[in-house]
Design a protein around this ligand. Structure first.
Ligand code: 1GP
Length: 229
């Protein structure tokens, strides 16, 4: 039986631009993870998204499309996440692309399955950081973004995105202390059990991405690592 989103602890994020075998994909889907996100920054094509969707769909695990480009949107996912990059220096990534997407799709959008994520990208080396022209916020900035995500924008999710590097658990703890209703998602550099549990202690849910492709066995073990955290 799958849980409601506010009970989720662990998600895997699959990149449609990367290869994964059927065997590995099956093991991820049956691992006990709460959901699988399909999303990436570069080379996200409709073909890549559809390929993953059809393969994940053989399982009952909830699957989510995190929308990064308009050309790769398709029906069939359980949920759709729309990122708004709060620490981008360009309004485009906070407002304009979402505006365009909503103009085009609002008649078919279902708000029971669509969730907006307030993203704060915290790794200067991450592709997404550069791609969306982010600046590096300090601790006070990040907690203020979290506060805004909850109280100004009433967003369901605040996402601390360290993609590619392991973040600062102290900062995650401080951000969590700021939030009452908005869920805190943490993603970035989780490669083993210890890191998974450490971040899950503060975040509502952790997201494991890259290590699926670099050390599959360890990535898989992160699911059990957060079960009782
Ligand atoms: C990426 O937050 C996710 O969007 C996970 O990060 O790929 O570093 O695990 P990693």
């Amino acid at each position: 039986m799958y849980k409601e989103m506010n009970e989720w602890k662990h998600l895997f994020k699959l990149d449609p631009a990367k290869e994964i075998s059927d065997e590995q994909l099956d093991r991820l889907c049956e691992s006990g993870t709460d959901a699988i996100i399909v999303g990436g920054t570069d080379d996200v094509t409709l073909d890549g998204v559809l390929d993953l969707l059809s393969r994940i769909r053989r399982h009952t695990v909830p699957c989510i499309l995190e929308i990064s480009n308009m050309e790769a949107i398709t029906p069939g996912f359980d949920y759709y996440y729309i990122p708004m990059v709060m620490n981008s220096t360009e309004k485009k990534w906070m407002m304009d692309i979402q505006h365009q997407a909503i103009k085009q799709y609002k008649d078919i959008m279902d708000w029971d399955e669509t969730f907006v994520e307030g993203y704060c990208i915290l790794n200067e080396e991450a592709k997404a950081f550069k791609h969306t022209s982010c600046y590096m916020p300090d601790m006070e900035d990040v907690t203020a973004y979290a506060y805004m995500a909850e109280n100004v924008f009433h967003l369901p999710i605040f996402y601390m995105e360290y993609s590619g590097t392991y973040g600062d658990p102290k900062l995650v703890r401080q951000v969590k202390a700021q939030l009452n209703n908005t869920l805190l998602f943490y993603g970035g550099g989780i490669e083993n059990n210890f890191q998974a549990a450490e971040m899950k202690e503060h975040a509502d849910a952790i997201i494991v991405g890259n290590s699926i492709y670099t050390d599959f066995k360890k990535a898989l073990k992160t699911v059990k690592a957060v079960e009782n955290v």
